[in-house]
Design a protein around this ligand. Sequence first.
Ligand code: URA
Length: 255
Amino acid sequence: MDSRRLAYLKALDIDVWERRDGSARPAVARVETVAAPAVRARTIQSPPPAVEPKIQLPDDDGGVSRLGWEELATAVRSCTKCPLHATRTNGVFGVGDRTARWMIVGEAPGADEDRQGEPFVGRAGMLLNSMLKAIGLAREQVFIANILKSRPPNNRDPKPEEVRACIPYLYRQIELVNPALILCVGRIAAQTLLDVDTPIGKLRGTVHRIAANRPMVVTYHPAYLLRSPVEKRKSWADLLLAMRTFETLQSGATA
Ligand code: URA
């Protein structure tokens, strides 16, 4: 294992086993070894995913699906389609490389994001950055967006009508970025994108397909990981699944 990844695993508080010969492995290395064949089979042979996606786009997206980047950003920042516009400071559009191969989708802006107008800039954002670094990605190399673009008061869960009003923006962002892989962080984002009530523990470990058959891997929300650090090991396994899925896709694309 290279020293950079080792350093980030330690930064994520993931236990690292020191071998007698001095080499080191993350405590979840067994997950990596065992999971690999199953991931490949799912990704390459594409049997039906365990959870069937049901994309719930509103009948009329108000023309959002035809907007370019700048018009879309303006539409988000000036949006009044749901009552959250009255309490937000900033509409939080999204950030990163608009041609990224990886797209990260979270739930909704919190207080820091609302203030700064950028997703994942608070403590959860710092952990997300570390998670990305652990798999060799800088924040600037991915595109980060949320299901909701406006902060729900007191960080409450999004209401269905808010999601319905806002989700066309996210789907348009997915279309414009055209990522090879979507990493979905947290229960709310995962259940929303898959239109299921399945617990997040059951949505992990599978490569889902959403938005024109794009692969999506689900992991825990970094805010949850801050509260439950013991789950970071599982999230490391999820990141490995995402990485392997991506690498398999890339090797297929170049074969
Ligand atoms: N949590 C999210 O889901 N998104 C953010 O942008 C910040 C916190």
